[in-house]
Design a protein around this ligand. Structure first.
Ligand SMILES: Cc1cc2nc3c(=O)[nH]c(=O)nc-3n(C[C@H](O)[C@H](O)[C@H](O)COP(=O)(O)O)c2cc1C
Length: 187
C-alpha cells in the first residue's frame, strides 16, 4: 500500500461531533428496551436501512462467516431475520444454531453485539414474511425461512470523541438479566 493511500485512510472523517452520551448507571434492566430505543434513534436519523445488521455464524470447520441481513421484527422470541433454506447460513444454523448479530449505527457512533440461540419460527411465520417482501408475486416459497435470534448476551457501545468508548454488557442468567461495564479495553 502506498504511503499516500495509508495517509488517506487514516485521515477519513470519523464520528460526528454531536454524539449521544451513554450513562451506564441509567440503562434499563432489560436489554431489549435499550436495543429498541437505539433502533428507534437510528431510524430517526434518516440513515438508510438502520435495520441492517451483520449476522455471524460458525461453519463446519469452525471458521466464522458473516453477511448483512435485515431485522424483520423484534418480539419475545428475539430478533427475526429471514433467508433461503438452501443458503450457507441455513446449513450452518442447522448444524450449530448459535449466532451473533452486529448493528452499527454510524450517524450515532453506536454499535450493539447480540449473541444467542437461533430457532426456526416455522412454516406459517416464514410464509407470512415471504408474502411481505417487495418481490412477492403471490406464490409461496417453501424454501423461505424466518428465524429468531434469542439473545443471551448484549454489548452496547457508545463511541466518544476522545475514544474512551462507553460500553454496557448484559448477560442472561437463571435469575434474569444483569449488566455491567466490561473490564476489557474498548479500543
Ligand atoms: C443491505 C443488505 C440486506 C440484505 N438482507 C438480506 C436478508 O434479509 N436476507 C437474505 O437472505 N439476504 C440478505 N442480503 C444478502 C446477504 O448478505 C447474503 O449475501 C446472502 O443471504 C447469502 O448469505 P450466505 O451465503 O452467507 O448464506 C442482504 C444484503 C445486503 C447488502
Amino acid at each position: 500500500m502506498s504511503d499516500d493511500y495509508r495517509a488517506r485512510l487514516r485521515s477519513l472523517p470519523t464520528f460526528p461531533d454531536d454524539l449521544p452520551v451513554l450513562d451506564p448507571d441509567g440503562v434499563p434492566e432489560h436489554p431489549l428496551d435499550l436495543f429498541r430505543t437505539w433502533l428507534d434513534d437510528a431510524i430517526a436519523t434518516g440513515e438508510r436501512q438502520p435495520n441492517a445488521f451483520t449476522l455471524s455464524t460458525i461453519g463446519e470447520d469452525g471458521a466464522p462467516s458473516s453477511r448483512t441481513l435485515i431485522i424483520k421484527a423484534i418480539d419475545e422470541h428475539g430478533l427475526h431475520f429471514s433467508s433461503n433454506r438452501r443458503s450457507r447460513k441455513a446449513a450452518q444454523l442447522a448444524a450449530r444454531p448459535i449466532a451473533t448479530a452486529l448493528c452499527f449505527w454510524r450517524p450515532l457512533g453506536r454499535q450493539v453485539e447480540v449473541t444467542g440461540h437461533v430457532t426456526d419460527l416455522g412454516a406459517d411465520a416464514s410464509q407470512a414474511d415471504w408474502a411481505e417482501r417487495p418481490s412477492y408475486t403471490g406464490a409461496p416459497n417453501p424454501e423461505w425461512v424466518l428465524w429468531a435470534l434469542q439473545p443471551t448476551r448484549f454489548e452496547f457501545l457508545q463511541a466518544t470523541l476522545d475514544r474512551r468508548h462507553v460500553r454496557v454488557e448484559y448477560r442472561r442468567g437463571d435469575e434474569g438479566w444483569t449488566h455491567r461495564q466490561p473490564s476489557t479495553p474498548a479500543g
